[in-house]
Design a protein around this ligand. Structure first.
Ligand code: PMP
Length: 392
């Protein structure tokens, strides 16, 4: 995205006119193409999927399955390996609840995980071990190698940290997991919108992501799983659409992925997700990545030149810069930034254990998207100068 095309991209997002939206890691704004796809799906094309014999229903079923193929294509998986879920949270819960433990009762996570990659494992009765971070805020894979035992059923790491932006060496994580017979689940929530992902090249076993961080609607996400593995898991929710035959004595189930999609799904969510994937792939994920890397470098340089600002995470973080203004609570920072039209997130970012590791109660976080540009960074810097003036 050249500076000019960034302007073109920005104009496609009606909700950010006159606003410096730097909270795309929480949820991305939607381009007009996605808004139109959702509107048309309700206003013109709406019908249920997988049940109706009438034409419009079969067309909508075709679109639902086309969205699945697009989601699979985005991460280089196969269509039948993608389960539609409500989001990454539900995808991780599905694995945590469904995966037979096979006598291995531990899960290896890291200190930077989002709560949605911690709590589901605790609820499912796993003992959680957390790999420490390197001094610049990456998951320490040497430590992971030391910590992994044959009691670990699965290694579950964020592909990109939602707080630090650190990018995991996912291929090495897969090799480490498999060396002790464990599986690898990647939480790809922050990776999919900003990094090209190839699950086969990584050697992952499961990959979870959410549509709303990828310019699509909320309420729709994906679990990708290696087909033989996915198809070996028992269902986790029962209802319509996931069954082969139901009697009062016994029920048999469909194969994956349908076995995991009980009930009427988020039909229009899948249409919106598909439009979002097409939109991002139209720019190319590579171009979005390069664009965000340039913005991160610009932001880090600008913040480093302000006295009393601490930046967290590695230099080559993907699309995310967490920081604090010394002596100022990040909620105050974010409130003053809001006054000058800059939206950043402040808080623990659903990663309370990481805040403990960083030794802070919270951070402020600026996160970028395809529509972000230097004007956002300039406004952020002006806002931080204002914060410093107010707090003396
Ligand atoms: N993992 C990471 C790294 C995230 O950033 C998020 C969202 N903040 C989640 C998981 C949870 O995603 P969702 O709320 O869309 O299910």
């Amino acid at each position: 995205l050249s500076p000019n095309s960034a302007l073109d991209v920005r104009a496609q997002f009606p909700a950010i006119e006159n606003w410096h939206y730097l909270d795309s890691a929480a949820t991305a704004q939607k381009p007009q193409a996605v808004i139109d796809a959702i509107t048309n799906a309700y206003a013109r094309d709406y019908a249920t999927v997988h049940r109706g014999v009438y034409q419009r229903s079969s067309e909508m079923t075709g679109r639902y399955e086309a969205a699945r193929a697009a989601a699979a294509g985005l991460i280089d998986g196969q269509s039948n390996e993608v389960v539609f879920t409500r989001g990454a949270t539900e995808a991780i819960n599905l694995v945590a609840r469904s995966l037979p433990k096979e006598g291995r009762n531990r899960v290896l996570l890291s200190q930077l995980e989002h709560h949605s990659n911690i709590v589901p494992w605790q609820l499912a009765g796993y003992q959680v071990d957390a790999v420490p971070l390197t001094s610049d805020g990456r998951i320490d894979l040497d430590a992971a190698e030391q910590m992994l035992t044959e009691e670990h059923r699965i290694v579950a790491f964020a592909h990109v940290s939602n707080v630090l932006g650190s990018i995991l060496d996912a291929k090495r994580a897969a090799e480490i997991a498999h060396s002790k017979g464990a599986l690898l689940l990647l939480d790809g929530c922050q990776a999919v919108p900003r990094l090209p992902v190839d699950v086969a090249a990584i050697g992952a076993d499961f990959y979870a992501f959410s549509g709303h961080k990828l310019y699509g609607p909320t309420g729709i996400g994906c679990l990708w799983g290696r087909y033989d593995l996915l198809n070996s898991l028992p269902p986790w929710q029962g209802g319509g659409s996931m069954i082969d035959r139901v009697t009062f004595a016994e029920t048999t189930y469909l194969d994956a992925p349908m076995r995991f999609e009980a009930g009427t799904p988020h039909i229009v969510g899948t249409v919106g997700l598909h439009a979002a994937i097409d939109w991002a792939q139209g720019l190319t994920i590579d171009a979005i990545h390069a664009h965000e890397c340039a913005l991160v470098a610009e932001t880090r340089a600008a913040l480093s030149s302000i006295d009393g600002v601490t930046i967290y995470g590695p230099e080559d973080s993907a699309g995310i810069v967490s920081f604090n203004v010394d002596g100022v609570h990040p909620h105050d920072t974010a409130t003053i930034l809001d006054d000058v039209g800059v939206a950043v997130r402040a808080g623990h970012h659903c990663a309370q254990p990481l805040m403990g590791v960083l030794g802070v109660p919270a951070t402020a976080r600026a996160s970028f998207a395809a529509h972000s540009d230097s004007s956002d960074i300039e406004a952020l810097v002006r806002g931080i100068e204002q914060v410093k003036r107010i707090f003396g």
